[in-house]
Write a protein that binds this ligand. Structure first.
Ligand SMILES: [Zn+2]
Length: 254
């Protein structure tokens, strides 16, 4: 736990405390926040670096994979020597080397219908850095049932997407992506090409969204879909709506 009068605390976070709309109060809120990160791939690597550096109080890490050579092109926390090691253990060590005050919980598993509820229940916000549609729909369903804010990130090639779902009665994942024909590349990037820096771009934007949500500041990406294209350098924010016919929303409310 942080001692908020501690000199080391002030020294570590002073550049945050000086930021307008964060300040000492915001930094305290970040220190108490509990964030669940599902998926420790390209997006997850960037997300966890910034969550740890930001001083988030508790971080849960979900992934059952081991580090592979083909991951190193974009999954920036892993080194050549980590190949074959469990991602959750490497990631957890990375976080605590950077910031020993973060309480890390490792979930060396795939989220399933059976285990999702009790894991998600422990956290304030869920960040989805997975690479397949089944996992995304499962996370969405459980976040809907518990009304947990869900920060979505997806990458395909040079392009990335970010949105804040299920907050303040905003659209859910299924409200936006009603069928798998819509932007399938973004939802299932396991077989698609992915530019390494785009995963970092999306991961960073997801953490920015997390910080705004926790500090209660700025304009949130609720009912909005941010699209960034590294190839053209353009960023666009589309307005989206909660879909009254969305099955996922209906099921969760029934
Ligand atoms: Zn919905």
């Amino acid at each position: 736990m942080h001692d908020h009068s501690d000199n080391e605390y002030i020294e570590r976070y002073k550049r945050h405390i000086l930021v307008k709309n964060i300040g000492g109060e915001g930094q305290k809120k970040l220190g108490k926040a509990k964030i669940l990160l599902v998926g420790l791939g390209g997006i997850g690597s960037t997300v966890l670096q910034h969550l740890a550096a930001t001083g988030i109080g508790k971080i849960g890490l979900v992934d059952q994979d081991t580090v592979a050579l083909s991951n190193l092109q974009r999954q920036t926390i892993y080194t050549y020597g980590d190949i074959g090691r469990k991602k959750v253990s490497v990631a957890s060590k990375f976080i605590n080397n950077l910031n020993k005050n973060v309480d890390v919980t490792e979930y060396d598993l795939f989220l399933k219908a059976k285990n999702s509820s009790e894991i998600i229940e422990e956290y304030d916000v869920v960040l989805d850095g997975t690479d397949n549609i089944e996992a995304r729909e499962l996370i969405n369903r459980h976040c809907l049932m518990q009304q947990k804010p869900l920060i979505f990130g997806g990458v395909s090639g040079w392009e990335g997407l970010v949105s804040l779902l299920i907050y303040d009665n905003s659209a859910c994942f299924k409200c936006i992506f009603t069928s798998s024909e819509e932007r399938p590349n973004f939802l299932d990037c396991s077989s698609e090409g992915v530019l390494g820096v785009t995963t970092s771009l999306v991961g960073t934007l997801m953490v920015a969204e997390t910080i705004k949500l926790i500090c209660g500041t700025g304009q949130l990406l609720t009912n909005k879909l941010l699209i960034c294209d590294a190839l053209s350098g353009a960023t666009e924010v589309l307005n989206i709506k909660k879909n009254n016919k969305c099955n996922a929303c209906r099921y969760a409310n029934s």
